[in-house]
Ligand binder design. Structure first.
Ligand SMILES: Cc1cc2nc3c(=O)[nH]c(=O)nc-3n(C[C@H](O)[C@H](O)[C@H](O)COP(=O)(O)OP(=O)(O)OC[C@H]3O[C@@H](n4cnc5c(N)ncnc54)[C@H](O)[C@@H]3O)c2cc1C
Length: 383
C-alpha cells in the first residue's frame, strides 16, 4: 500500500537487498531498544557495531575502503533507519554527511587515511559543530574564533545543539579565522575542549545532543581541513545531510501511516472499525497521496545526485517537503490513534515529537522557503 505506484518494479536487486537488510536490522535489533532509549534520553550506542557492519556510514563515498553505492540505495537505507527513529538516521547523517564527507572532500591524505575507515566502521564517532547559541540559521555570524599562533591554532568559543557531541571521538569545529571560516578536527580529550549533554529535550530523545565549549584549545595546523576555506565548506556538508533527511523523513511518515492504518482497522467505536468512518479515510487518503508524491520527488532527486547535476535548492525542496509531509502525517496518525497516540507503546507519538526537531535542524522550514524563494525570484530575502 505504501508503494502505490510500484516503485519496487524499478529498483535493482541490489537496491532491494540493501533496503531489506536495513529494514531487518531496524526491526530485529533497533526496534526493541528504541522506546526505552527514547524514554531514558540516550542514543542506543550498542547498535554501532552492526550499523558499521551494514555500511550505513558514508556509503556513497568512494576510495579508502568505502563502497560508493548509488544515491537511491543510500536513500532507501536512511529511509529504513528513520522508519525506526529519527535519532538513528541523525546519527548516520552526521557521521556520514557531516563528518566523513568533509574529511573526504576537504581533508589531507593523512586525515582521510586515519579517520575514514574508523568512522565507516562505527569504531569512532564524529560530530559537526557549526551552530552556536546566538547563531543558528545565520551561521556566517559565528563568534567562535581560530587564531594563528606559530605553527598552531588556538580555538575559542562555543557550539550548541551538536548531535553526537558527548560521544564524539572527533569533533569537527567550524571557526572564523582571518581568512574566513575554517574547519578543525579535534580529538577527544584535547585540553580546553568540553562537551556537555543537553538535558530536557522533548524531541530526538534517542540522540545525543551537546553543548561544546572551546577554551583556548590549541591544535596543530595538521588538524585543520586544508581544503575548507569559507562558509561554503560547511554549507556543502549540509547538502549531504539534507539529502538524507529528505529520504529519512519518508521512513518516519511510512511508519506512522502504516501504524495508523493497522490501528484504524482494529479499533472499534460506535460498533465498527474507525477505518470505516469517512473522516478517518479522508486522513488516510491524504497521507497516501503525500507519501506517493514525496517518493517520486526523491526518486528523481537521487537520479540528479548520481548524475552530479543536483542543485542545493533542489535538495532544499526535498528536505523541506519531507519534513512537512512527515510531520503532518505523524500528527494525523497520532490523532487516529487517540490516547494511544501519545504512548511510547506505539511509534507514532515518538516520531511526531522527533520530527519537530527534524523540521528545525539542517535549515529550518522557513530558511528552505527562502532558499526556494531566491531560486524562484532571483531576490534574496535573507537580509
Ligand atoms: C536536535 C537537534 C540537533 C542538532 N544538531 C546539530 C549539529 O549536529 N550540528 C550543528 O551545527 N547544529 C545542529 N543543530 C542546530 C540546528 O541546525 C539549528 O537549531 C537550526 O539551524 C536553527 O537555528 P536556531 O535553533 O538558532 O533557530 P533561529 O535561527 O534562531 O530561528 C528561530 C526561528 O526564526 C526563523 N528565522 C530565522 N531567520 C529567518 C529569516 N531570515 N526569515 C524568516 N524566518 C527566520 C527560523 O526559521 C525559526 O523559525 C541541531 C538542532 C537540534 C534541535
Amino acid at each position: 500500500m505504501t508503494d502505490f505506484y510500484n516503485m519496487d518494479a524499478l529498483l535493482s536487486d541490489e537496491e532491494k537487498l540493501i533496503r531489506a537488510t536495513v529494514r531487518d536490522f531496524v526491526e530485529k535489533e533497533a526496534r526493541p531498544l528504541l522506546a526505552s532509549c527514547w524514554e531514558e534520553g540516550r542514543f542506543p550506542h550498542e547498535l554501532l557495531p552492526s550499523m558499521g557492519r551494514l555500511g550505513l556510514f558514508g556509503p556513497t563515498l568512494e576510495g579508502y575502503g568505502l563502497p560508493g553505492i548509488g544515491n537511491l540505495a543510500y536513500g532507501l537505507m536512511v529511509q529504513e533507519l528513520e522508519r525506526g527513529d529519527s535519532g538513528l538516521r541523525s546519527f548516520a547523517s552526521v557521521q556520514g554527511g557531516l563528518v566523513m564527507y568533509p574529511i573526504h572532500r576537504y581533508g589531507s591524505e593523512e586525515q582521510k587515511l586515519h579517520w575514514l575507515p574508523l568512522l565507516a566502521a562505527g569504531e569512532k564517532i564524529g560530530c559537526f559543530g557549526l551552530t552556536e547559541a546566538d547563531h543558528g540559521s545565520d551561521p556566517g555570524g559565528m563568534a567562535t574564533r581560530a587564531r594563528r599562533d606559530g605553527d598552531d591554532w588556538i580555538l575559542h568559543g562555543s557550539k550548541m545543539w551538536i548531535t553526537n557531541g558527548t560521544l564524539a571521538d572527533v569533533t569537527l569545529i567550524w571557526a572564523q579565522g582571518e581568512e574566513g571560516v575554517l574547519g578543525f578536527l579535534l580529538e577527544k580529550g584535547r585540553p580546553g575542549l568540553q562537551a556537555r549533554a543537553m538535558e530536557g529535550k522533548m524531541s530526538l530523545r534517542a540522540s545525543d545532543t551537546a553543548e561544546i565549549s572551546l577554551d583556548e584549545v590549541r591544535v596543530p595546523d595538521s588538524a585543520r581541513l586544508p581544503g575548507a576555506k569559507g562558509l561554503g565548506a560547511p554549507l556543502s556538508c549540509l547538502n549531504q545531510a539534507r539529502y538524507s533527511i529528505a529520504w529519512g523523513t519518508l521512513g518516519a511518515a511510512l511508519a506512522c501511516f502504516e501504524e495508523a492504518v493497522a490501528y484504524a482497522g482494529e479499533r472499534v467505536q460506535f460498533g465498527r472499525p474507525i477505518a470505516g468512518f469517512q473522516l478517518t479515510q479522508s486522513k488516510l487518503a491524504e497521507m497516501l497521496s503525500r507519501i506517493t508524491q514525496h517518493q517520486w520527488m526523491l526518486w528523481r532527486l537521487a537520479q540528479l545526485k548520481d548524475a552530479g547535476e543536483v542543485t542545493p535548492a533542489q535538495i532544499s525542496l526535498g528536505k523541506r517537503n519531507g519534513c512537512e509531509i512527515a510531520l503532518d502525517i505523524a500528527r494525523e496518525a497520532r490523532q487516529i490513534l487517540g490516547a494511544n497516540g501519545i504512548s511510547l507503546e506505539y511509534q507514532t507519538g515518538r516520531h511526531m515529537c522527533n520530527l519537530e526537531a527534524v523540521i528545525t535542524y539542517e535549515g529550518t522550514h522557513e530558511i528552505h522557503s527562502l532558499i526556494l524563494g531566491k531560486e524562484i525570484t532571483g531576490l534574496s530575502a535573507f537580509q
